[in-house]
Design a protein around this ligand. Structure first.
Ligand code: CA
Length: 231
């Protein structure tokens, strides 16, 4: 798919479909903390609307949903030829649902209640499998960025870095030598509904320079930002 090539290196965009407010909030916050951009909808119809309008890297789908059942959303998705990974959320006693879900094209499932760390790990595993690659550590001079553990080290020392700074740095490192515009960088930082501060990218870049050295990220006036390849 062409869009996969275009989006390579960007932060992964996830759609979460869950009608339980508390669970939905928790999952969205947890995955955002882990560096994913997460859109959250609360019924099956909204899910299909969003799936039709946006390219997502992965779908987290509750099965018991208002307006349109999760199983139906899943079947419609696969019938439409969409092959994004789907992780279904089911109740403990719903063995038949899990079997039916997997038979209908789900890639994995989690039983409620689940641990947010486990959800994060399953999501990363599904994305890795889909990408056909392990997420390797990115090395740049003395800097190492580990997408799996979400850590950045410089000369072996862990650098304290926020999730959005991490996403921005990863984006720039994965595209070394390419100038990325502010809007390209914004897209990697925010999910669909987020308010974007007009100077958010500048602020994060400023913090990254303070933490990792002023010459790491180069400003290309009027165009954007770039991390040059190490010569
Ligand atoms: Ca539900």
């Amino acid at each position: 798919m062409t869009s996969d090539l275009l989006h390579e290196g960007e932060t992964m965009r996830l759609l979460l479909v869950e009608d339980d407010e508390m669970l939905g909030h928790g999952v969205q916050a947890g995955l955002a903390q882990a560096g994913f951009a997460v859109d959250w909808v609360k019924d099956g119809e909204a899910a299909e609307l969003f799936l039709g309008a946006e390219e997502y890297d992965l779908l987290i789908l509750d099965l018991g949903l208002p307006r349109r059942d999760g199983m139906e959303v899943l079947r419609n998705l696969r019938n439409a030829g969409k092959d994004l990974p789907v992780l279904i959320l089911t109740a403990r006693d719903a063995v038949e649902d899990r079997v039916q879900g997997l038979d209908s094209g789900a890639d994995d499932y989690l039983i409620k209640p689940f641990d947010l760390d486990e959800l994060g790990a399953r999501v990363r595993a599904l994305l890795r499998r889909r990408g056909g690659r392990a997420m390797p550590v990115i090395r740049h001079g003395e800097i190492e960025l580990d997408p799996a553990s979400h850590t950045v080290t410089q000369a072996g020392r862990v650098v304290d870095i926020s999730p959005r700074e991490f996403a921005l740095l990863q984006e720039l490192l994965e595209n070394r030598g390419r100038v990325l515009s502010r809007s390209q960088l914004e897209r990697s930082l925010y999910s669909w509904k987020d308010e974007v501060d007009s100077n958010a990218v500048e602020v994060h870049i400023h913090h990254l320079r303070k933490k990792l050295g002023s010459d790491l990220i180069r400003t290309v006036r009027g165009v954007g930002y770039v991390i040059d390849k190490v010569r």
